[in-house]
Ligand binder design. Structure first.
Ligand SMILES: C[S@@+](CC[C@H](N)C(=O)[O-])C[C@H]1O[C@@H](n2cnc3c(N)ncnc32)[C@H](O)[C@@H]1O
Ligand code: SF4
Length: 388
């Protein structure tokens, strides 16, 4: 079925997950692995090509608006691997002339050396995991780059790619508001059109999780976290980079298409170990998830053409909930009409009225419902009320 399916909004992207990292960072729960010993990258890339073919046959006729290499650390990839994957995508689907092709990169000098190769392969945007512009925190976060390397990588990316972004993590142990104000101010000078600012979260199964539970990581309390958040919003807004999503800031027009496809609840094929996808097939939205272990995934793909571990058809109710969870993270909010179409129900007008009364949501002139500045710090609770 084509992307004209009524459940679709015409947005379609391809997400490629590269699961390898040079080392595991203590806070990270992404599907990332350090492989030791021999690794035949060219052979491994064959599995991506096969899995791309599998999803392309399911989603014939779609136009790709975004391709995103995420990780793990895609900047460990040989540029020829990136080129081969992009070529395969182009063989199967139409790629929109203005498609955004992003690669997530770590800012070590070795990885920055490959930037020209990625650009030649067709990548037109990089997102750099800078994380901090201070040496001490970088070391604590287990990062393998220095502040100077990070700044050099950002500048190099800006000179090679038409668009770039970088990530910072804040509300870190022992960080003060005034430390963050100085650090973020420097970062905002450095950024071009896009920056992602994430509050540190303690994820289960990470080293930070164990340290936190052993009382060895002092995290900011709720009030301080809220102050960090407000300060972040204010500084970024004043620098001309307002939030278009809870943690993502851009100059108008520089928003990431990849992010928007996700939060506007479009369709995306998830390729690679542990990748998730959302595809509309025969009038149903499928939630796909691939086998997470990199070499198990490869084995499955080579045997069956795909590495999918689960493929669930979402109920209308689940679709409605997902639309709310994703869409209310966006500054533009959600279209209540689309919610009704997908879920077969209306958002309870009494919940909306109550949330409006306390100033947590508002209706825009185009009819969209969005969370206000006051509501953003308690977004999860607002979503839960609207989904109830
Ligand atoms: C897929 S990850 C990392 C990509 C790349 N390998 C890197 O480390 O730069 C994307 C981003 O998520 C953020 N992130 C990962 N774990 C986090 C956590 N526990 N708390 C807050 N942000 C986190 C980091 O800013 C990171 O750059
Ligand atoms: S933060 Fe990035 S480099 Fe560190 S383990 Fe996670 S994916 Fe790998």
């Amino acid at each position: 079925m084509s992307s004209l399916d009524p459940r679709s909004n015409g947005l379609f992207g391809v997400y490629i997950h590269w699961p390898f990292c040079a080392a595991k960072c203590p806070y990270c729960d992404f599907n990332s692995h350090v492989h030791r010993g021999e690794f035949d990258e060219q052979r491994y890339v064959e599995a991506y090509k096969q899995e791309i073919g599998y999803y392309a046959r399911l989603t014939k006729g779609r136009t790709v608006q975004s391709i995103f290499f995420g990780g793990g650390t895609p900047s460990l990839m040989d540029p020829r691997s990136v080129a081969a994957i992009l070529e395969t995508i182009g063989q199967y689907w139409n790629i929109a002339p203005k498609a955004e092709i992003t690669l997530e990169a770590n800012p070590t000098s070795v990885e920055a050396d490959r930037f020209r190769g990625y650009r030649a392969a067709g990548v037109n945007r990089v997102s750099l995991g800078v994380q901090s512009l201070r040496e001490g925190p970088l070391a604590e976060l287990g990062r393998r780059h220095t502040v100077d390397e990070a700044i050099a990588a950002v500048r190099l990316a800006q000179s090679i790619f038409p668009r770039s972004s970088f990530d910072l993590i804040y509300a870190r142990p022992r960080q003060t508001l005034s430390d963050w104000e100085d650090e973020l101010t420097e970062a905002l000078w450095l950024t071009q059109g896009h920056i992602s600012l994430y509050q540190l979260t303690i994820e289960m199964g990470t080293r930070y999780y164990d340290l936190f539970n052993a009382g060895k990581l002092k995290m900011p309390d709720e009030d301080l976290s809220a102050d960090f958040y407000e300060l972040t919003q204010e500084l970024a807004r004043n620098a001309g980079l307002p939030a278009y999503e809870i943690s993502n800031h851009a100059r108008p027009g520089q928003e990431s298409i990849h992010n928007l496809i996700y939060w506007r609840y479009g369709e995306y094929a998830g390729v690679g170990p542990g990748a998730h996808g959302r595809l509309i097939l025969d009038g149903h939205r499928h939630a796909t998830a691939a086998e997470k272990l990199p070499f198990e995934w490869e084995k499955r793909v080579l045997a069956r053409g795909h590495g999918m571990a689960t493929d669930d058809i979402l109920t209308w109710e689940e679709e409605g909930d997902e639309l709310l969870v994703m869409g209310l993270r966006l500054r533009e909010g959600i279209d209540p009409e689309r919610f009704s179409k997908l879920s077969g129900r209306k958002i309870d007008p009494r919940q909306i009225a109550e949330l409006k009364r306390i100033g947590f949501v508002e209706t825009l002139p185009n009819g969209y419902l969005r969370v206000t500045d006051k509501g953003w710090p308690v977004l999860d609770a607002v979503v839960a009320d609207l989904a109830a």
